[in-house]
Unconditional design. Structure first.
Length: 216
């Protein structure tokens, strides 16, 4: 990997810029815009048409926001984020020399961008040690916008066992519903499978991905 690939492209704002916002800052800012579009759509459409229209409008809003804030990264440059890691159903991953993993989210597991960000902000609240930051967007211009997320990489990780996951969640005040789902009667966290929970070489447990829902 050459020097250019060792650094995040300049289109993606770095520490000086991030120092001006909270960890959720960009996600909160753009989610407000996206929610506004959702309210408008709900007044003119419903059902599957509403979902598709929501996705299209949110994609356009996200692309415009990214370009306004100089955080749009062409798809041809995502490989400059770092060394490509294992890709999952939802994220393509890139490990950088600055100790972070960058994730390009394809929205496969999310209804739209705003629902993804709402999930990630809950994640950041409960698991701040593996908090997600919105770094930018990429995609096919005029057609799609995929969030570029940053999360601190865990050094020399191993996979946590179901018993270790259960002990950890109980220590956070959650109770077990089933082997991969826990709740504190306010928030239910699911998909806590071993592939989504890592253990550091010092024995600390880190939830890197999960599904969240608010209890009614």
């Amino acid at each position: 990997m050459n020097n250019q690939q060792d650094e995040v492209p300049q289109r993606i704002s770095q520490d000086n810029d991030r120092a001006q916002v909270t960890r959720n800052g960009r996600m909160e800012e753009i989610t407000i815009r996206l929610r506004g579009s959702s309210e408008t759509i709900n007044t003119i459409s419903s059902g599957s048409k509403s979902i598709i229209l929501q996705q299209e409008i949110e994609s356009k809003i996200a692309e415009n926001y990214a370009k306004e804030n100089n955080i749009w990264l062409p798809l041809s440059e995502v490989f400059h984020l770092g060394i490509q890691g294992q890709s999952g159903n939802e994220n393509d991953t890139y490990f950088s020399s600055d100790g972070f993993v960058y994730k390009v989210n394809n929205l496969m597991n999310s209804v739209n961008i705003s629902s993804l960000f709402e999930r990630l902000m809950i994640h950041n609240q409960i698991f701040p040690e593996t908090a997600y930051e919105l770094i930018g967007f990429t995609g096919f211009e005029g057609r799609s916008a995929y969030p570029i997320l940053r999360q601190r990489a865990i050094k020399n990780p191993s996979i946590a066992t179901p018993e270790e996951i259960e002990d950890y969640m109980i220590s956070l005040g959650f109770k077990k519903i089933n082997k991969t789902t826990f709740t504190n009667d306010e928030i239910t966290i699911s998909d806590l499978q071993s592939r989504n929970v890592l253990k550091s070489d010092s024995g600390n447990i880190y939830v890197i991905d999960a599904e969240f829902s608010r209890c009614t």
